[in-house]
Design a protein around this ligand. Sequence first.
Ligand SMILES: Cc1cc2nc3c(=O)[nH]c(=O)nc-3n(C[C@H](O)[C@H](O)[C@H](O)COP(=O)(O)O)c2cc1C
Length: 191
Amino acid sequence: MKNTRGLSPCGFPLVFSKSKTGFTKKYAEFIREALGCPAYDYKSSKNINLDSYDVVIYGGSLYASGILGLKKFKTRLKNQKLIVFAVGATPPKEGLDEELIKANFDEEERKNVKFFYMRGGFNFDELNLIDKGLMKMMKRSIEKKDPEERTPDEKGMLNAFNQPVDFTRSKNIEPLLDYLRKVENNEENVG
Ligand SMILES: Cc1cc2nc3c(=O)[nH]c(=O)nc-3n(C[C@H](O)[C@H](O)[C@H](O)COP(=O)(O)O)c2cc1C
């Protein structure tokens, strides 16, 4: 039976990285609810045998353009098709997906991957000490710049230090759901 999003309950797992401040977990929850797929955080996913699936969804937050946990996760895959969603603070913009795909997958891997970017948020108070230190360094370097020369992203970043920002919206998973609808209707192959 189809679910409310017009998709069959998916038979493949969704695994998400340690969500340091909760944004990736929130998207994993939206996707789990929409698809009815089994969802695991990275730690609990170690108990499942990925070999028995043809398709796997992996979600991870962005740290210096790298998708958290993805490198390690890839070593657990054989020939499965991989659907990846990355969660970052940056607003979506032209060229961003290509940039992130290039940073996280080699040419061979790109053939088997479908990638989505979803905007998360930023919560300085919830970061660990190392990340707080890195972000403070970044803040200082932005503050050194002439305010007129700061990019919109940099201005947004400075504001977010004072007040947590949350851009997670359930509508942001729609492109991933649309893609799965197409796969289900055989209009598109995974990857
Ligand atoms: C040290 C550090 C580096 C980051 N690098 C990026 C980045 O390269 N691109 C981006 O969009 N967001 C970046 N962020 C923001 C996080 O990706 C963002 O807050 C995300 O929503 C966190 O998700 P999580 O709570 O699930 O871990 C960075 C945050 C920190 C602390």
